[in-house]
Design a protein around this ligand. Structure first.
Ligand code: FES
Length: 313
């Protein structure tokens, strides 16, 4: 199959939708024709959301069992103050609707050589771990899940997990004592965290303080384009000028203009969409580039400009 065919959007039907908590809605997608591509635990898909101001592509972790590609499942937390993608999924999308997805990509894979897997989830950060747990159970691997949530809001799947995991599940209403979780672990333990930035930072700092090697500490941050002020872009090679709307990301404006910029996370963390800029005051919002690199490059999935920016495109 050619690369273009492999990256072509997948057309799916919403075959199930249910509220898991007051703020989290789960969707099940089945293919409109043929088969869905296989995926590994920790993968995400970009859901194409046809909003009035243009199409957004939001990335969501696949929560379903990677061994079963008859369907995909995602769980979406309603973000009232973002650009409207989660609101659209919560309020507009119904069972029977069709949607487009970008094929799965994995930026948060399980490490198969690990002897012990310690999973730390904050709120909706539980989502990639649902697929992890299915894979780990199948491998008969040693693992435990530490889950911090707000009851009634971000406690998706708690009852299911209690029944499934028994004493391998540890629940918390506020941040747990990370030193206790990470201290005195056998060689070959890996820790994975997913959730709000302060939790990920705390896990990283604690692991470092206890001497964990960097290669055994993994995390996935939630980040997505946030709105901002409109600005202009100058495309130096194609000699075009584009407007980026307040609710639109620079990447979306480039895509609307027909430019194909590689991307995976659309949240400023994977480094795929890097573009050279040559003028203008850039507002860097990514967590990928070093300060030195930011002088030369920007990540159009999240970063913006104050008035006008010129790009090497
Ligand atoms: S798509 Fe990942 S950093 Fe932009």
């Amino acid at each position: 199959m050619s690369n273009t065919a492999m990256n072509a959007p997948l057309k799916v039907q919403v075959s199930g939708a249910r509220m898991l908590t007051d703020a989290v809605r789960e969707f099940t997608f089945t293919p409109c024709s043929g088969h869905l591509p296989g995926f590994s635990a920790g993968s995400h898909v970009q859901v194409h959301l046809p909003l009035a101001g243009g199409t957004l592509r939001n990335a969501y972790s696949l929560t379903s069992d990677p061994a079963d590609n008859r369907h995909y499942r995602i769980a979406v937390r309603l973000q009232e103050h973002s650009r409207g993608g989660s609101r659209f999924l919560h309020r507009e999308v119904q069972v029977g609707d069709t949607l487009q997805l970008s094929p799965p990509a994995n930026l948060f894979a399980l490490h198969s050589t690990a002897h012990v897997h310690i999973l730390i989830a904050g709120g909706i950060g539980i989502t990639p771990f649902m697929a992890y747990i299915a894979a780990l159970e199948r491998q008969n691997a040693q693992f435990e899940l530490h889950y911090v949530y707000r009851q009634g809001q971000s406690d998706a799947y708690v009852e299911e997990l209690q029944q499934r995991l028994g004493n391998r599940l540890h629940c918390y209403a506020s941040r747990p004592d990370l030193s206790q979780i990470l201290r005195d672990r056998p060689l070959g333990s890996h820790v994975y965290s997913c959730g709000p930035q302060p939790l990920l930072e705390a896990v990283r700092q604690q692991a470092q303080a206890l001497g964990w090697p960097e290669q055994r500490v993994h995390w996935e941050a939630f980040s997505a384009a946030q709105p901002g002020k409109p600005f202009e872009v100058n495309l130096l090679h194609s000699n075009q000028r584009l407007q980026v709307g307040a609710e639109q990301s620079l990447l979306e404006a480039l895509e609307t203009a027909g430019l194909n910029v590689p991307n995976l996370c659309r949240g400023g963390v994977c480094g795929q969409c890097k573009v050279r800029h040559t003028g203008g005051e850039v507002e860097h919002r990514d967590s990928f580039l070093s300060t030195a690199e930011q002088a030369e490059f920007l990540m159009p999935c999240v970063s913006r400009a104050h008035s006008c920016v010129s790009l090497d495109l």
